[in-house]
Design a protein around this ligand. Structure first.
Ligand SMILES: Nc1nc2c(ncn2[C@@H]2O[C@H](COP(=O)(O)OP(=O)(O)OP(=O)(O)O)[C@@H](O)[C@H]2O)c(=O)[nH]1
Length: 290
């Protein structure tokens, strides 16, 4: 029997990850589902197939320039790219976890936000267990477009078959607390003077709260869980992806129990073997300069 290599220590999830905000949360609970826990603890189950790779597919959608690629790259490679390079079509990463002692992989699909690449990207929406709709916290228009992105992604999937997340990026651009030190106050005044009062990169604490509460309302309409993150600073990035992985993993285990299956499946139901995984990890990059 082939055993996957051990996952890195920072990808081990042992306790059930918490949501960001209870007002926009998919599952209000503190612990794993009892049935899932028992299945994980069942050594016999492990020997009969859970040692093979179990994988879920997550697609990341949203307007151009909102920070989808940076979100994925911060988590998967711990890097942040300041310069914008448009995604052409799609790209993906595979992240390996150990959850409750079992191996699990998340295939994270980065899709192009630019209109001209939409038809290529939408071909990859199918078979997703997780849809991550992304907006820029400093650009309210991108929040307004998230419902459209979600409905396009859902069109390619079974109704009620996906976990939906609404992620506000660029949290670092929002001034959460009124600055108290003289230098920051002067800096903000200067930037506002140069860029105008509608400068998207400098927002007041009130605007930040308003954006979050608008997002929470939209998340409720979308039946989504809301997260606010920064790929620049890394704030909430690991917490967010751990939450995604944990919910997808638990769902996959429970579905297996329902169907009595223990094989490794990718979103659209095809069996994933080690060769596919190796090829996927060596894929060429599909980014290009704009
Ligand atoms: N300050 C700040 N800038 C960010 C953050 N995330 C992304 N950016 C910047 O936003 C720009 C766009 O980021 P990308 O991740 O390439 O955007 P995208 O959504 O993948 O864009 P498309 O590929 O066109 O769909 C880049 O210049 C990033 O440096 C963040 O958390 N904070």
């Amino acid at each position: 029997m082939h055993l996957s290599p051990p996952v890195s220590r920072d990808r081990i999830i042992s306790t059930f990850p918490k949501c960001y905000n209870p007002q926009a949360c998919l599952q209000m609970k503190d612990d794993w589902n009892t049935k899932a826990t028992m299945a994980c603890q069942d050594r016999a189950a492990r020997q009969q197939g859970y040692d093979r790779l179990k994988m879920s597919k997550a697609v990341v959608v949203g307007d151009l320039n909102v920070g989808k690629t940076c979100l994925i790259n911060r988590f998967c490679k711990d890097v942040f790219e300041r310069d914008y390079k448009a995604t052409i079509g799609v790209d993906f990463e595979i992240e390996r976890f150990e959850i409750s002692g079992l191996p699990f992989s998340l295939q994270i699909w980065d899709t192009a936000g630019q209109e001209k690449f939409k038809c290529i990207a939408s071909a990859y929406y199918r078979g997703a267990q997780v849809i991550i709709t992304v907006f820029d916290m400093a650009d309210i228009k991108s929040l307004e477009h998230t419902q459209q992105w979600l409905s396009e992604a859902l069109r390619e999937n079974e109704p009620d078959s996906c976990f939906v997340f609404l992620v506000g990026t660029k949290r670092d651009l929002l001034v959460r607390k009124a600055p108290t030190d003289k230098h920051t106050k002067v800096h903000i005044k200067l930037v506002k003077a140069i860029k105008g009062s509608c400068c998207p990169s400098v927002k007041s604490a009130e605007e930040c709260q308003r954006t979050e509460s608008d997002a929470i309302n939209i998340a409720a309409e979308m039946k989504a869980e809301f997260w606010s993150v920064s790929s620049k600073t890394g704030e909430n990035i690991q917490e967010f992806f751990f939450r995604v992985a944990a919910l997808a993993f638990e769902d996959a285990i429970l579905k297996d129990l329902e169907t009595g299956s223990s094989t490794a499946q990718i979103g659209d139901g095809s069996i994933l073997d080690d060769k596919v995984l190796e090829d996927a990890q060596e894929k060429p990059k599909k980014k290009s300069c704009c």
